[in-house]
Write a protein that binds this ligand. Structure first.
Ligand SMILES: C[S@@+](CC[C@H](N)C(=O)[O-])C[C@H]1O[C@@H](n2cnc3c(N)ncnc32)[C@H](O)[C@@H]1O
Length: 216
């Protein structure tokens, strides 16, 4: 059975062609999800955490909406980050080349935590932990925006994880898609402490979810 490639190795390998691949992407909605996500940021958002920022394709729209924003982007793949830094020269962006599972999330630091097309490789347990960290890192009233590959079928969800088990690969360590279904995503967001989650936009299986941390 074909063994998928380690995550960072995969994205470092495809980094040079990544932007073109996305802008031509019919299936994933190309740049639309990224641009629409930016429109749902509070206009006054200052501190923004981007999980899996890659080459930073989502950032120009974010700076257009929130010119005062300071973005912290986390990504495993240094070659993706090198492209981000060229794209965002002159903007207030810092990056950490590491896993967002190893980041020490500071409490109530960010106005928004965002992620675009990065979180569809993890188990429900891993995602619950990540959503809990995002919840704790948001200021009261802050927003989590996740634009990602999210499916409809719980059966398909189980089937993908079963395939990954047969390949004897640890979820999230390799580039293999294990998207969760929409209902499951909503449940995890509620469990993580968000009182309400909403589907803001979708095209095919690319969906934009928002969840707002309760004001105190
Ligand atoms: C499909 S790209 C998306 C990049 C960008 N957000 C976009 O929408 O164009 C997914 C990114 O997530 C990163 N990634 C995957 N797992 C990660 C992890 N555990 N920690 C940090 N980054 C991760 C990959 O390195 C890759 O750059």
């Amino acid at each position: 059975m074909h063994r998928p490639e380690p995550m960072a190795q995969f994205f470092n390998r495809v980094a040079q062609g990544y932007d073109q691949h996305v802008s031509e992407g019919q299936q994933t909605g190309g740049l639309d999800g990224k641009n629409i996500l930016a429109q749902h940021l509070p206009a006054g958002a200052r501190d923004v955490l981007d999980l899996g920022c890659g080459t930073g394709l989502e950032l120009p729209a974010i700076f257009a909406r929130c010119p005062q924003a300071r973005v912290l982007g986390i990504d495993l793949a240094e070659d993706m980050l090198a492209i981000l830094h060229k794209r965002c020269a002159g903007f207030d962006v810092q990056t950490l080349c590491m896993s967002y599972f190893d980041y020490d999330y500071p409490p109530e630091r960010f106005d928004a935590v965002i992620s675009v097309m990065s979180l569809h490789h993890f188990t429900p347990e891993q995602k619950l932990w990540l959503y809990q960290q995002a919840h704790s890192a948001l200021k009261p009233g802050g927003v989590l925006l996740n634009c990602d590959y999210i499916i409809d079928s719980p059966l398909r969800e189980k089937w993908n994880f079963a395939r990954l088990r047969r390949m004897k690969a640890a979820p999230g360590s390799v580039h293999f898609d294990t998207p969760l279904c929409l209902k499951h995503e909503f449940k995890l967001l509620r469990q993580a402490g968000f009182p309400r989650a909403e589907l803001l936009w979708q095209t095919k299986t690319t969906r934009l979810l928002s969840a707002i941390k309760q004001e105190q």
